[in-house]
Design a protein around this ligand. Structure first.
Ligand code: MTE
Length: 315
């Protein structure tokens, strides 16, 4: 018997997020009760809003089935210091930001350096939906249906050389559109980096959307990183430069407070932040805290990357 799975229904066929959410809940309930596909067909809805919709296929191998954090929370409770340091600042101040047209400079240890447009980098036919947990270093977490492309698939096209040991990422700096840049709370531009094997890991997502729509400005439009086993600050937003380097690159939070934020920043309940414990987290929307999982629950996939390393030293 063919059970129609959510994979066969594209987010582009849905008119709004509430329907998307309701349908997911229904599908989950249906799956639990053993209801077969015919019923689900009746929930397929043709959509308008084509301009902001993204056509995706869900990647089940890399998706959690935990309850999604509501769209409104994901898009109004943000860290994007270029728009201000309060959680509500990015959604309130990012309206002027122009994410299109967009280009990214690719340089360093690769055979195909250059300036690439958004369209050069993002092939819409490769887009996947992946539902990841995001664990912020501030001990809150969310579950987010991202839309993106495995970073490895993008990086390989630039043909990194054998000297490329790390990848460095830089965020755009546009003071006229990003009022938070007026204050030097960080040494702008925002910078992040990964070891090349972390960047090439299949879980690492170059992200362009969430909930089946293009990224809102406050979530890092038009291109951001999502590295689900690391604290949220590694997931750099609004990327304009990707550089392949021989040496470990400088990263914003590590430069700002090295004793608090290491280069690796893997989610690790065993290593406290100097000012608070990392043992527990509050899932946004929950009342009670829950235990934080090693590597944010992605240990099976990524623990081997760190075999033999002292994760207390390389925090
Ligand atoms: N990227 C830039 N350029 N500037 C930032 O301030 N904040 C980081 C990360 N990426 C940040 C950034 C932090 S601390 C977190 S927790 C996540 O973005 C938050 O992503 P979200 O707002 O989409 O949930």
């Amino acid at each position: 018997m063919l059970i129609k799975t959510p994979d066969l229904i594209k987010p582009s066929e849905i008119t709004d997020r509430q329907l998307y959410l309701n349908r997911r809940k229904f599908i989950r309930a249906g799956a639990n009760l053993g209801i077969a596909g015919a019923l689900l067909n009746t929930l397929t809805i043709s959509g308008a809003l084509a301009a902001t919709k993204l056509s995706t296929v869900k990647n089940r191998d890399y998706s959690t089935d935990e309850e999604l954090t509501p769209y409104d929370a994901i898009t109004s409770y943000n860290n994007f210091y270029e728009f201000g340091t309060h959680k509500s600042d990015p959604s309130e101040n990012a309206g002027k930001f122009q994410p299109q047209p967009w280009s990214v400079v690719v340089d360093g240890e690769c055979m195909k350096p250059g300036t690439y447009s958004y369209e050069d980098i993002i092939n819409p036919h490769q887009l996947e939906e992946r539902i990841y947990r995001l664990r912020c270093v501030e001990a809150w977490s969310m579950v987010i249906p991202w839309v993106g492309i495995a970073l490895a698939d993008v990086l390989k096209r630039f043909e990194p050389t054998s000297e490329a040991k790390y990848v460095a990422f830089t965020t755009v700096m546009r003071p006229e559109e990003m009022p938070g840049l007026r204050r030097r709370v960080l040494d702008w531009p925002y910078r992040e980096g990964l070891r090349i094997d972390e960047a090439m890991h299949p879980l690492t997502l170059l992200t362009v959307g969430l909930y089946g729509e293009v990224l809102p400005n406050q979530n890092g439009a038009p291109i951001r990183l999502v590295v689900p086993w690391k604290y949220g600050f590694k997931s750099i937003k609004s990327i304009v430069r990707i550089e392949f380097t021989r040496k470990q690159p400088k990263t914003s939070w590590n430069m700002s407070a090295p004793q608090e934020y290491g280069f690796y920043s893997n989610v690790n309940p065993e290593v406290d932040h100097p000012r608070w414990s990392q043992r527990k987290e509050r899932r946004i929307g929950d009342f009670l805290k829950r235990e934080t999982l090693m590597f944010n629950g992605y240990g099976e996939q990524v623990a081997s990357l760190y075999r033999g390393m002292d994760l207390r030293k390389h925090y």
